[in-house]
Design a protein around this ligand. Structure first.
Ligand code: SR1
Ligand code: MG
Length: 408
């Protein structure tokens, strides 16, 4: 039993009324709508709008995984990790994150900016839309946090305190199990189409896959480079463009409850994996031009990331030892680690417990080929990660594999 009260559509107005900071922003006595809109795996999310058109989002962490129910407990303290990372990241790139209004640690509720004039990027990708600029913007976001929350920018003691506060062992364990271990070692909660069983068996029989996944898991567990988002898939990004335009006028990263001091290439790899998943869907639907566009998002994210990191680099704390050659080495390491993490993230979406709608909403005959393609790309990345790991080569390698795997 939880020892705190869960919000419902019936109690949201009272909750706002009881918090002066919130009732100054939205009128609890004249609410026009209250909707529960959470479509992720974990939390309750309410959107409230008043009659004057002002909105607010209330997000509450449950003490278990929403996707499965009470049988899978999960610390609600993840809401604190989310709010603290949102605030730390907001200081660096305010335009790329929602504003937090309040955090209530007694009920694990975050009150924040209403983004209902945005769409979840995954939904927009599934709908076949092009939101130009989104991939570069999320790259900028990762570049900013990579520098701004790291040893390159932070005073030594403040850094140590930030690392300690961000220890998020329970959620990291979920990632370690679901992303790095279970796709290759197998697990009861894994699932895939019977038609993909031979693909999964082939993947799990390859020693290079075990080697790569083990290495990725080890980096994930040990490399405390920056306060990373920790779950930066296309469902953790909101996008907005004006009616009739393909160009984003706003991009916001959110949902960073998995944040911790970890390897920053994990955030890049997560994005790359989700672009491949979006491309696999397009290939399955016979939309090859669109698939190419989806894969090119990899290059755009990398470009945004590198530009932002380089822009901040001149302000690094110790340029005597951290010279420009070191920067080149860092970038090369991150490119290669991003391949590794992308591979792990792809395989977990096909084999593991938490899937993506891009693939799952395909009819079964098309899903088979899309899943096979994603798994084959994952395997190739793991095998070839020691060679040139440029974003351009990633795209060149993935495109024909996805097409060859198409089922009909
Ligand atoms: C039990 S949580 C399953 C997945 O949902 C989240 O979005 C993370 O990706 C996690 O691995
Ligand atoms: Mg999430």
């Amino acid at each position: 039993m939880a020892d705190y009260e869960f919000l419902t559509e019936h109690t949201v107005a009272d909750y706002i009324r009881q918090n002066r900071e919130l009732s100054a922003r939205i009128d609890p006595d004249h609410l026009a709508s209250i909707r529960e809109v959470g479509d992720g795996n974990l939390n309750l999310v309410f959107l409230a709008t008043d009659e004057a058109g002002r909105g607010m989002c209330l997000k509450q962490a449950l003490p278990y995984v929403r996707m499965t129910g009470e049988g899978w407990p999960m610390t609600p303290d993840r809401a604190r990790h989310e709010v603290e990372s949102l605030q730390a990241h907001h200081q660096l790139t305010p335009e790329l994150l929602p504003e937090v209004y309040l955090y209530d640690p007694s009920r694990y509720i975050i009150a924040m900016e209403d983004l209902s004039d945005h769409q979840v990027w995954r939904g927009s990708l599934i709908a076949g839309e092009r939101k130009e600029g989104a991939a570069e913007a999320v790259g900028t976001y990762v570049g900013a946090l990579a520098f701004g929350t790291s040893a390159f920018a932070m005073e030594r003691e403040a850094l140590a305190e930030a690392v300690a506060r961000a220890v998020n062992a329970q959620l990291c364990t979920i990632t370690e199990d679901l992303v790095f271990t279970e796709p290759v070692a197998g697990a009861e909660r894994n699932s895939f189409l019977a038609a993909n069983a031979p693909d999964v068996a082939e993947f799990q029989a390859d020693p290079a896959v075990w080697q790569g996944m083990g290495y990725a898991k080890w980096i994930f567990m040990t490399k405390a480079e920056a306060l990373i988002h920790g779950d930066l898939h296309t469902g953790s990004v909101m996008v907005r463009s004006a009616a009739g335009s393909d160009v984003c006028d706003s991009v916001k990263a959110f949902d960073s409850e998995f944040a911790f001091y970890g390897p920053l290439a994990f955030d890049l790899g997560a994005l790359f994996a989700n672009y491949v998943v979006a491309a696999a869907r397009a290939v399955a639907l016979g939309e090859d031009d669109r698939a190419h566009w989806c894969l090119r998002l990899i290059e755009q994210t990398w470009t945004g990331f590198e530009a932002e990191f380089r822009r901040r680099w001149p302000t690094r704390r110790d340029p005597r030892v951290w010279g420009d050659e070191f920067l080149d080495e860092l970038l090369a390491t991150w490119r290669s680690e991003a391949w590794l993490f992308a591979a792990a993230k792809m395989s977990r979406r096909i084999i593991g417990a938490a899937k993506t709608r891009d693939i799952e909403s395909l009819p079964e005959n098309l899903r088979e080929g899309a899943a096979r393609g994603v798994l084959r790309v994952s395997r190739r990345l793991l095998v070839e990660r020691h060679l040139d790991s440029s974003p351009a080569r990633f795209v060149a390698l993935a495109e024909p594999i996805l097409r060859d795997a198409r089922t009909v």
